[in-house]
Design a protein around this ligand. Sequence first.
Ligand code: ZN
Length: 321
Amino acid sequence: MTEVISNLQDRFSPLPWHKDLWQTFNDCIDTQRLPHAIIVNALEGVGAEHLAHALAYRMLCSQVDKGVACGQCSGCLTLKAGSHPDFYRLSPEENSKYIRVDQIRALCESVVKTSQQGGWKVAIIYPAEAMNIAASNALLKSLEEPEPNTLIILVSSRLSAIPMTIRSRCQIESLGIPSAAIAQQWLSERLEDKQVNISELLDMANGQPLLALDYATGSGFENRQQVESLLDAMRNSDETPFAAAQACQKYTPEDLIAWILSYVHRLMVGELQNNLNPALFVFLDKLIKAREWLLSGSPLNTQLLWEELFIEWVQIFQARK
Ligand SMILES: [Zn+2]
């Protein structure tokens, strides 16, 4: 997923479905009412991180044209090269799920210094919910006593996981799922040479264009199809929960849960026309709890978790026979 986002070459202009929010940002900039901290909240495949980067370019570009960074000036080029002295990007370091307090402290120390290029300083914190408690507390001070000409953009896909103390000091902007027409148009421009059914792809990605692009271009699509085949096989008693759980060990737990969730959603929508099996609601609830548990970073035996979920999955369909 992140791979696709970083491969989108044109990161200095917003994506088509960001238009309204982009206009809001430009209005704020034009009237000098840009808040010092913004949370951009959206499902991961909607491109909140992309939008945050486009805004960073916009703030650091010296030749903004019609509200969008030029992509050519020295500000844009140094940002593109990853060496802009007034741009900071904080994410969990390798092998960690968290943004640590010392990363935030280093950021706060840097932003109090005068900007090296004499303009704005921009920081992106992604994903913002990865800050642990100590990190959030360290950031609070910067939010309470904002530096002039400094913009902190927090990118989030789980707003509720960000402490209220942080949320209340930021302007919160949410990006919804784009209309199918806009998303399909954007995808068809990028997938011209691929033999894919774009509408089906977008359905699989629950309307999230970047996720759909990831399915079509990365290994995500194939992996997901394998998991859906496993779920089908278990429904037909052609595969045991134990073997399926073992086969699923190779996938990222977060991806796996998302794929199963999406499969169950589609199954439920399909079943609405017939008689919806109430056991599916119970199963869905367990999946959501499992996802919460995973995202909380708590230690987990995934083999046991998948076995438990798959045993339940098989039972739903056995009970109906
Ligand atoms: Zn520029």
